[in-house]
Design a binder for this molecule. Structure first.
Ligand code: FAD
Ligand code: DHB
Length: 392
């Protein structure tokens, strides 16, 4: 089989890249090891940055997001039994969209299929070869168990943290940086209307909690738990009771509504970057190259930004043979990646209770949260990063 751009992975990065390339007249093939239903069901991120939402609209994928998603103009920071709102438009002129990754993936798959795009589900890439030549190849096994080869001009590995893309770069050219955290997030999906209009990021002495949402009738909530937690140890009652405690306001007047829990899972927390994001004719995009802890809601957004850059570079190359944008891809993407790494690490450190932390550390967190509540530039810095830095 032959194509121009071989894409490994049908997560948001691989699918959006394939869609953008189609709009630019560049042919691609997507190989995905899971089946379509699995890709469409996987519960993950929920916040789309201002600029990424705009890119979705511009590429014709905004219709359902506008109709069914929510535009959010702020978040609440809850700490010490008090709430403080961060007003995005006032501080930055921007907003975010609450629009789940599952819905973005559903729309992208439907659109690629309608446009005649070639996505092979249950097709596992097993090797990437000849990346230092002009004819790189991807070996893969089809759903029927047949071994095939995809010949391309370029390969883009959008195959997530556990894919084969990153490990196909020669060991001597890659440098990795990482940090693991001693806690994770226990995430639930519940059939209950959200108890708030905007997301609540709560710092409590017992740990972090986040109230998010998926629709008028479905809530998404997270609890900081030890990294080795087994979700089965958390009964529904225990989860709701712990959430209610961590969101409690000193003055009262707010109540967490509860309902049936339909999904329960543990998300580990890690920061990770691999540099460079390109070698020869193999590019890395999204989680294949970098991971952030979810606190800043940046993972999905970074993945989308990477492929927006790549799509432009590949368009220029096909139109005129120019490789300048492809040559600078890694450096350009990494500038944004490191900003998001810092923001995600900072938000995580500000809001989570470190089991090895001291009373001094915990007092510093409260002092900085007070500073954000009192000082406009401090709040603006948070808002700039959360809604997405346009200039990086
Ligand atoms: P992925 O979505 O991981 O897609 C990679 C795809 O490649 C997968 O479909 C995989 O099956 C496929 N693949 C892998 N290897 C192969 C192979 N050899 N051959 C073929 N296909 C292959 N971010 C947030 O901002 N907020 C959150 O709450 C949040 N929660 C998360 C929870 C979990 C459990 C995880 C893992 C991530 C979460 N993230 C969250 C991060 C966010 O979802 C990711 O940053 C985003 O999915 C990255 O998209 P991607 O396309 O790069 O990778
Ligand atoms: C969601 C996830 C996040 O990591 C975040 O910071 C905000 C919202 C969500 O799943 O809705």
């Amino acid at each position: 089989m032959r194509t121009t751009v071989g894409i490994i992975g049908a997560g948001p990065a691989g699918l959006f890249l394939s869609h953008l390339l189609h709009q630019h007249g560049v042919e691609s093939v997507v190989l995905e090891r899971r089946d379509r239903a699995y890709c469409e069901r996987r519960q993950r991120a929920g916040v789309v940055e201002h600029g990424v939402a705009e890119a979705l609209r511009e590429s014709g994928l905004g219709e359902r997001m506008e109709r069914e998603g929510f535009r959010h103009d702020g978040i609440e920071l809850r700490f010490d039994g008090r709430g403080h709102r961060i007003d995005f438009p006032e501080l930055t002129g921007r907003h975010v969209m609450i629009w789940a990754q599952t819905e973005i993936v559903k729309d992208l798959i439907a659109r690629r299929v309608a446009d005649g795009g070639r996505i092979f589900f249950e097709a596992e890439a097993t090797a990437i070869e000849d990346i230092e030549t002009e004819r790189p190849r991807v070996r893969f096994t089809t759903a029927e168990g047949v071994d095939e080869v995809l010949e391309c001009d370029y390969v883009v590995a959008c195959d997530g943290f556990h894919g084969i893309g990153r490990t196909s770069l020669p060991e001597e050219v890659v440098r990795t940086y990482d940090k693991t955290y001693p806690f994770g997030w226990l995430g639930i999906l519940a059939d209950v209307p959200p108890s708030c209009d905007e997301l609540i990021y709560a710092r409590h002495e017992r740990g972090f909690a986040l109230h998010s949402m998926r629709s008028e009738s479905v809530s998404r909530l997270y609890l900081q738990v030890p990294a080795d937690t087994d979700p089965a140890d958390w009964s529904d009652d225990r989860i709701w009771s712990e959430l209610a405690t961590r969101f409690e306001l000193r003055e009262g007047g707010w109540k967490l509504e509860t309902g049936p829990i339909t999904d329960k899972s543990l998300t580990p927390m890690r920061s990770f970057v691999a540099e460079p994001m390109r070698h020869g004719r193999l590019f890395l995009a999204g989680d294949a190259a970098h991971i952030v802890p979810p606190t800043g809601a940046k993972g999905l957004n970074l993945a989308m930004r990477d492929v927006m850059l790549l799509a432009e570079g590949l368009r220029a190359w096909q139109e005129s043979g120019a490789t300048a944008a492809l040559d600078t891809y890694s450096d350009t993407a990494l500038r944004r990646v490191w900003r998001a790494e810092h923001f995600s690490y900072w938000m995580t450190s500000l809001l989570h209770i470190d089991p090895d932390g001291t009373p001094f550390d915990r007092r510093l967190q409260l002092s900085y949260l007070d500073h954000i509540a009192a000082c406009r530039p401090a709040a603006a810095q948070l808002a700039e990063n959360y809604t997405g830095l346009p200039e990086v």
